[in-house]
Ligand binder design. Structure first.
Ligand SMILES: O=C(O)[C@@H](O)[C@@H](O)[C@H](O)[C@H](O)CO
Ligand SMILES: [Fe+2]
Length: 357
C-alpha cells in the first residue's frame, strides 16, 4: 500500500506540502489542475509547476484526481470528439511527468452529492451529510446555491462553469437513459484506453457517490455487477477502478471486502473512509475507525492486504475537527488520523504474516 494525500494546489488548499510531508508514510500527493475547465487540455507548464512544487518536498505526483470528463462526452454529443482529443493529449502530457494513475468519474452533472457540508456530530466535529428525504424534495439549483456560497474555495466537482448551465444540462439528460450512458462511456473508453496503455497510465474510474440515481440523473458505476461490466467494456489492464469504500459503501448491499477481492487486478488506487448509515438511509461521514461507522475498515484493509495490494491508497474525506478551518472533507487533522489508523491495521497485518499456518 503506497500512501498518498489529496492536495488542491498552492493557494487553493488550507493544507501545505510541508504538513503533508510530515504525515507518517505519505509518499506523494493526489493532485489536479483545478482551475481548468473540464474538456481542456492540461498544458505542460502548469503540470510542471505542481510537479516541481511537490518534488521540492520529496512528494511524488504519480496519481491525478481528477481529469474531469466534459459533459458532451457523457451526453454523447457530436462535439465530444474534440474533448476526447484533448483528453488524450492530457494523458500523454501527464505520462511525460511520470503519472501512473488518473482517477476520473462518469457521473452526469454532479460529482458527489450531499445535503450538508458541516453537519455537527455529537462531539462537536463536523462532517458531510446526506439526508435522503431532503434530496428527494430539494431543487438542485438551491443546493448548488447553498454550496457555492459556502466558501471561497471551489468544491471539487462543483466548479461554477460546470454548473452555470445546469437547467440546460438537466434538460439534455432527460433523454439519456442508463443504457445510453453505458454506450457513451464505452465510446470514450475505446478511444482513450489505447492511449493510456501506450503511455503506461491506468485509468481508474471513481464510483458514483452516492451509488444510486439522484435528481433523476442516470448513474451506472454503482455496484459489483456494473463494475464487472465497466471492466469488460474495454478489457485492458489499463481500464481500472478507484475502489472508494465510502462511495460504494453507502449502499450496504455493496460488500467492500468482497469487491476488493474480486477486482484486485484492476484496482490501482483506493479511497478508504468510513460512513455511518442510519435506518432511514441518511448517512454521515465519520472518523476512519471501524466502530465509529457502518463500514468495517479493518476488514477492508485486510482484503487489500490479503490480495497483496501494491497500489496507491488515500484516506478519503475526513471530519472537520479541532476547529480546523478547511475545505469540507479535506482538512489535515482527521485525514492524518485516518492514515495512522490505516497504517496501524496494515502494519499489524504485516507483522502477523507467516505467524499462522
Ligand atoms: O473521492 C471522493 O469521494 C470525491 O471527493 C470526488 O470528488 C472524487 O474526487 C471524484 O469523484 C473523482 O473523479
Ligand atoms: Fe472517493
Amino acid at each position: 500500500m503506497r500512501m498518498v494525500f489529496r492536495w488542491y494546489g498552492d493557494g487553493n488548499d488550507t493544507v501545505t506540502l510541508q504538513q503533508i510531508k510530515q504525515i507518517p508514510g505519505v509518499e506523494g500527493v493526489v493532485w489536479a489542475l483545478h482551475d481548468l475547465a473540464a474538456g481542456e487540455e492540461w498544458p505542460m507548464d502548469k503540470i510542471l509547476e505542481v510537479v516541481h512544487a511537490s518534488k521540492s518536498y520529496g512528494l511524488h505526483t504519480e496519481v491525478v484526481e481528477s481529469v474531469n470528463v466534459h459533459e458532451d462526452i457523457k451526453l454523447g454529443l457530436p462535439t465530444r470528439d474534440q474533448y476526447i482529443d484533448n483528453y488524450k493529449r492530457t494523458i500523454k502530457n501527464l505520462a511525460q511527468v511520470g503519472v501512473k494513475v488518473i482517477c476520473y468519474n462518469f457521473m452526469p452533472v454532479f460529482d458527489w452529492i450531499r445535503t450538508e457540508l458541516n453537519k455537527e456530530h455529537e462531539d462537536g466535529s463536523r462532517a458531510l451529510f446526506y439526508e435522503r428525504a431532503k434530496i428527494e424534495h430539494i431543487d438542485p439549483m438551491e443546493l448548488v446555491d447553498q454550496f457555492s456560497r459556502h466558501s471561497d474555495l471551489t468544491m471539487p466537482g462543483w466548479e461554477p462553469e460546470r454548473l452555470q448551465s445546469l437547467t440546460n444540462l438537466f434538460a439534455m439528460y432527460k433523454r439519456v437513459t442508463e443504457e445510453d450512458l453505458w454506450n457513451h462511456l464505452q465510446y470514450f473508453l475505446e478511444q482513450i484506453i489505447p492511449v493510456a496503455e501506450a503511455n503506461g497510465v491506468k485509468m481508474a474510474i471513481h464510483p458514483d457517490d452516492p451509488p444510486w440515481s439522484v435528481f433523476g440523473l442516470p448513474r451506472i458505476i454503482t455496484n459489483k455487477e456494473n463494475i464487472r461490466r465497466l471492466l469488460q467494456l474495454v478489457d485492458s489492464p489499463f481500464n481500472c477502478v478507484t475502489l472508494c469504500s465510502g462511495a460504494l459503501g453507502a449502499n450496504l448491499d455493496n460488500d467492500i471486502p468482497d469487491l476488493v477481492r474480486e477486482f484486485t487486478d484492476r484496482i490501482p488506487f483506493a479511497h478508504i473512509r468510513n460512513i455511518k448509515i442510519y435506518d432511514n438511509g441518511d448517512f454521515i461521514e465519520t472518523s476512519h475507525r471501524t466502530r465509529d461507522g457502518s463500514l468495517d475498515i479493518v476488514n477492508i484493509v485486510k482484503a487489500f492486504h490479503d490480495t497483496g495490494f501494491t497500489g496507491y491508497a488515500r484516506p478519503d474525506h475526513g471530519r472537520q475537527i479541532w476547529s480546523e478551518n478547511c475545505r469540507p472533507g479535506y482538512g489535515l487533522y482527521d485525514r492524518a488520523l485516518g492514515i495512522m489508523y490505516l497504517w496501524g491495521i496494515w502494519d499489524s497485518l504485516e507483522n502477523g504474516k507467516g505467524a499462522k499456518s
